[in-house]
Design a protein around this ligand. Structure first.
Ligand code: NAP
Length: 245
């Protein structure tokens, strides 16, 4: 992997917000390394944006180690891999769903960030962007597994802001509301009708809407740190208040 372009790493780039972010950053002149479990999708995207596709399972320490070993230097890391499984009250919580959400969103972010931090610092102008959610500061009935994981991911991310003070790395949290991607399909185990219902009668954000905001944060001058950006559809006032026509 030899390139004169600065490198941006995007996790969970095989679909949705991650894929759109990879396109956005490539458009800004980055060499983008795209990682996810579905390598074929990453390869197609990498071919389109002249980037590099690598297999990555953020829940697997060996996979993260192999991924990072193949990235000689990085200036930007976008922690995007994540998602939700299920929608159940705490009294009926499915431990496997909770474990998946904590492993992917929280420990996945920890593993990749920790491994890439030395090269982000070394770049002299590093940037860690983490895609959390409005679920990182809001809770809603039946969402405890996801909201607790996103709260923890956000706490981990915001802790970096202080720990990195004095070193050349910016830290930006992106907290979107409803975005129409495969998110709900994954959450509801492939149930297309149930997933479509999440966005029925309202206009959700698109993956590109979020990617453009990430691109804006990354393209500010090095001394400008956008700490937290919350973006929601106009039709959504909170996790539980959505206007539907
Ligand atoms: P998506 O289309 O389902 O994308 C999720 C991505 O995460 C996929 O590329 C998936 O790739 C990757 N991923 C899942 N588990 C992984 C693992 N173990 N290792 C590596 N990659 C993994 O959904 P999305 O909406 O774009 O989600 C992206 C992020 O935005 C997530 O963190 C999500 O929580 C957050 N978010 C979404 C919304 C929304 O309404 N859509 C709102 C707020 C925040 P593979 O399956 O190929 O591994």
């Amino acid at each position: 992997m030899t390139t004169t372009r600065p490198t941006a790493v995007v996790t969970g780039a095989s679909s949705g917000i991650g894929a759109a972010t990879a396109r956005e950053l490539a458009g800004q002149g980055f060499h983008v390394v795209v990682g996810a479990r579905r390598l074929e999708r990453c390869k197609e995207l990498a071919a389109e944006i002249d980037g590099t596709a690598l297999a990555l399972d953020v829940t697997d320490a060996d996979s993260v180690a192999a991924f990072v070993a193949a990235v000689p230097a990085a200036r930007v890391l976008v922690n995007n891999a994540g998602g939700a499984r299920g929608l159940a009250p705490v009294e009926d919580a499915d431990e496997e769903h909770w474990r998946w959400m904590w492993e992917t969103n929280v420990l996945g972010t920890l593993r990749v960030t920790r491994a890439l931090l030395p090269t982000l610092v070394e770049s002299g102008d590093g940037h860690v962007v983490t895609v959390t959610s409005i679920a990182a500061f809001d809770v809603y009935d039946n969402g405890g597994g996801y909201t607790s994981a996103k709260h923890a991911q956000s706490a981990l991310h915001r802790t970096l802001r202080g720990e990195l003070l004095g070193r050349p790395v910016r830290v930006t949290e992106i907290a979107p509301g409803l975005v129409e991607t495969d998110f709900s399909l994954v959450r509801f185990d492939g149930d297309e009708a149930r997933a479509a219902g999440v966005y029925a009668g309202m206009t959700p954000l698109t993956a590109s809407d979020v990617a453009e905001v990430i691109g804006f944060a990354v393209s500010r001058p090095a001394h400008v740190n956008l700490d937290t950006i919350v973006l929601r559809p106009r039709d959504q006032a909170s996790a539980t208040r959505v206007h539907r026509s």
